[in-house]
Design a protein around this ligand. Structure first.
Ligand code: C2E
Ligand code: MG
Ligand code: MG
Length: 687
């Protein structure tokens, strides 16, 4: 029995040890299983966080939304009470981190002091937690904010009960675009898993920044001028439309539009080439921008930052917290045209001050291809006070005022007023009428005799165009030739006049044969003279009508020939070689360089009627005509005195030895039948 009891005890002991072993193994197994499960659970949570941020980032409307979402999820994940975002910003080209209003958990009362101190902070590279992340581009962990030397908000953080902190960067390639920082209320050692996780999140968020940047660039390129980077016409019109809407809501929100056109740009482009023209445009844009940036220029009643150009944030990918809507916009419409929108100004004087400043900015010369170039501008101003409904109306009026400024002598500004519009409308209507008149053949020619002052013979005629608008309405060239010039209609009209006058004169030459055939003088305008195919066109007309070219006199004014003297000489020589003669019309009213006059192949000089008129009054009047006559003799030119109105004019001109005259004294310009009568039975003019 003893043996069996002892055996039993041994068995029991063995059994207990086995049970112990099994229990230990089970506990161990359970422990392993639980740890594994927990790890699995945590991994699961980490993946959820990563996925949530990735999904949200993919569809986020803005970078800010994505950042806001990320800090909220990270706070939730870590259980840390406070999260905050800083964005990178360049200050004088040095990047620094700027605190944003994107927070998580900052509403807690205990955090107010810390929140306020951190708000609007700027951290230079290396300074503070955000600055350290910016400098290294890697996550940074601070175990104890109270003792860490690199932490700069020690006191307020302690007062808020904050203990540990960490920050990580949002990376776009190798560049830090933002920093997310978090604060815990217990002291914690660096958590490598968390650091790894946030590095992944930083990369995800970087992609959103990148995407937004390329979207912004696309939008920017579509709305900006590639040469100067300034807003283009579309963007300018858009901002102007907003200004009009604001002005409607609040009539105190005045605006002005300045239309700026360079005065000598074409000369630069033509003489120095397009590259030089481009660099001039860029230089001008820079000067304009600088003069608009000067502060203290504009008083803005609605309390927005004064005298600042609207910031054109390109490529940060992080702009877009609204910004002020009421800054000035400088735009390039194309070519040498710039516009400025001055939004929310007090009155006209603000716009005038800016116009002066823009003009002044051009006063110093530009250096292009080692040459000093002076450029001026004409500016037209349109004001909201005129009451506009659409942006293109404002632009049109500013443009009109700019043309007025140009016409009045350039390098100046003009403010639009209603009369300009009325004039422009009249001009537009006239243009349409003229086109129709040309199609309907409403133009007719009158002719005025040119008389030999020694014999009283009609030696020639001048063809003068009229517009027979209706049976009773005859319109004189002074009222439509300038518009025909501006619109180019003069080219058709001029050719019609030439053909008609040559045809008619050829018929008269045959009908009234004489030793020296009747001449015909025909006016040629500046625009016609500039036509490259003027010479062949005239040759055709001469050939078609069969007129002797030596009887055709083309009348040109001094300004037309002097505008481009070298070209004029060559064209005049070609015309001369056709056989036609050249008259210089209205001599003395334009500017003639006498040295050029010697080089021009000219045949006839027509003394402007203002000199003939002056012979009545002063002795100098007589002297001037005398001088012109001797000049013409020296140049071996024939002379015709225009505006012979009285027998006193006639006798004085005869006394001075002037050989030919034209004027009301002999005959007004008359129609074909009138000339027919004059040629058939020449009156006795007492010559
Ligand atoms: P213009 O070529 O100097 O023509 C002379 C102008 O003086 C004509 O005016 C004529 O009627 C006017 N006139 C003639 N004698 C007298 C006078 O004794 N006293 C006064 N006060 N005026 C006199 P019109 O016909 O009104 O033409 C004005 C201008 O229009 C012309 O000046 C010419 O520059 C331009 N013009 C006329 N016809 C044509 C044309 O077919 N083509 C072009 N391009 N211009 C033309
Ligand atoms: Mg003439
Ligand atoms: Mg004349």
């Amino acid at each position: 029995m003893d043996g069996s009891i002892a055996d039993h005890a041994v068995e029991t002991d063995k059994l207990r040890r086995r049970l112990d072993r099994e229990r230990r193994a089970r506990v161990e197994a359970e422990g392993i299983a639980e740890r594994g499960l927990r790890e699995l659970y945590e991994k699961q949570k980490q993946l959820e966080l990563l996925e949530a941020v990735a999904v949200f980032a993919n569809q986020a409307a803005s970078v800010r939304d994505a950042l806001r979402f990320a800090i909220a999820r990270i706070c939730e994940f870590t259980g840390w009470p406070l999260g905050h975002v800083c964005l990178v910003e360049a200050v004088d080209a040095t990047p620094c981190m700027v605190s944003t209003n994107i927070w998580c958990g900052a509403e807690a009362k205990s955090l107010q002091g810390f929140h306020q101190e951190t708000d609007r902070m700027r951290y230079l590279s290396g300074v503070g937690l955000p600055g350290r992340v910016l400098a290294t581009g890697t996550p940074t962990w601070i175990v104890d904010v109270a003792t860490d030397e690199g932490f700069i908000h020690t006191k307020s953080a302690q007062a808020a009960g904050l203990k540990s902190a960490f920050g990580f960067p949002v990376m776009v390639h190798t560049e830090v675009a933002a920093v997310l920082e978090f604060f815990s209320d217990t002291q914690l050692q660096p958590d490598t898993t968390l650091l790894w996780l946030t590095a992944q999140i930083g990369t995800q968020l970087g992609r959103v920044v990148e995407r937004q940047r390329s979207d912004e660039k696309l939008i920017h390129d579509a709305s900006h001028d590639p040469l100067t980077g300034l807003p283009n016409r579309a963007l300018f019109l858009d901002r102007l439309t907003r200004a009009i809407a604001r002005n409607k809501r609040n009539p105190d929100a005045n605006f002005a539009v300045l239309f700026v056109d360079l005065d000598r740009f074409k000369v630069v482009n033509d003489s120095l080439g397009h590259l030089a023209g481009d660099s001039l445009i860029i230089e001008v844009a820079t000067r304009f921008q600088a003069s608009l940036r000067q502060t203290d220029m504009v008083a803005r009643p609605n309390a927005v930052p004064a005298g600042r150009l609207r910031a054109e944030t390109v490529g940060s990918g992080l702009a877009g917290d609204g910004g002020s809507e009421t800054y000035d916009t400088l735009a390039r419409l194309g070519g040498d045209e710039f516009t400025v929108l001055l939004d929310d100004i007090q009155d006209l004087s603000d716009a005038v001050r800016i116009a002066d400043r823009l003009l002044a900015s051009l006063r110093l010369p530009f250096t292009l291809q080692e040459q000093e170039i002076y450029v001026e501008a004409s500016i037209g101003i349109a004001l909201s006070a005129t009451g506009y409904a659409a942006a293109d109306e404002v632009l049109r009026d500013a443009d009109l005022a700019m043309y007025r400024a140009k016409a009045l002598g350039k390098s100046r500004y003009e403010v639009f007023d209603r009369t300009m519009h009325v004039q422009a409308m009249g001009q537009l209507a006239l243009e349409t009428d003229l086109r129709r008149a040309l199609q309907n053949q409403e133009f007719i020619l009158h002719y005025q005799p040119i008389v030999d002052l020694r014999t009283g013979d009609i030696t020639g005629l001048e063809a003068l165009v009229r517009w027979q608008k209706s049976e009773t309405e005859l319109i004189y060239p002074g009222d439509f030739i300038p518009v025909a010039e501006d619109t180019g209609l003069i080219l058709h009209l001029g050719m019609w006049v030439l053909r008609e006058a040559c045809e008619r004169t050829r018929a008269w030459q045959l009908q009234f044969p004489r030793e020296r055939p009747l001449t015909i003088s025909i006016n040629v305008s500046g625009r016609q003279f500039a036509q490259p195919d003027l010479v062949p066109q005239i040759r055709h007309i001469i050939e078609d009508t069969g007129i002797d070219p030596e009887t055709v006199r083309l009348e040109l004014t001094e300004s037309v020939t002097m505008a481009n003297a070298e070209r004029a000489i060559s064209v005049l020589e070609q015309l001369r070689s056709l056989g036609v003669r050249i008259s210089i019309d209205d001599f003395g009213t334009g500017y003639s360089s006498l040295s050029y006059l010697h080089r021009f192949p000219l045949d006839v000089l027509k003394i402007d009627r203002s000199f003939v008129l002056q012979m009545d009054n002063a002795k100098e009047g007589l002297q001037i005509v005398h001088t012109i006559l001797s000049l013409a003799r020296n140049l071996k030119m024939e002379v015709v005195a225009e505006g012979v109105e009285t027998d006193r004019h006639l006798s004085k001109l005869r006394a001075l030895g002037c050989e030919a005259g034209q004027g009301y004294y002999f005959s007004r310009p008359v129609n074909v039948a009138g000339i027919q009568t004059l040629l058939a039975s020449p009156p006795d003019w007492g010559c």
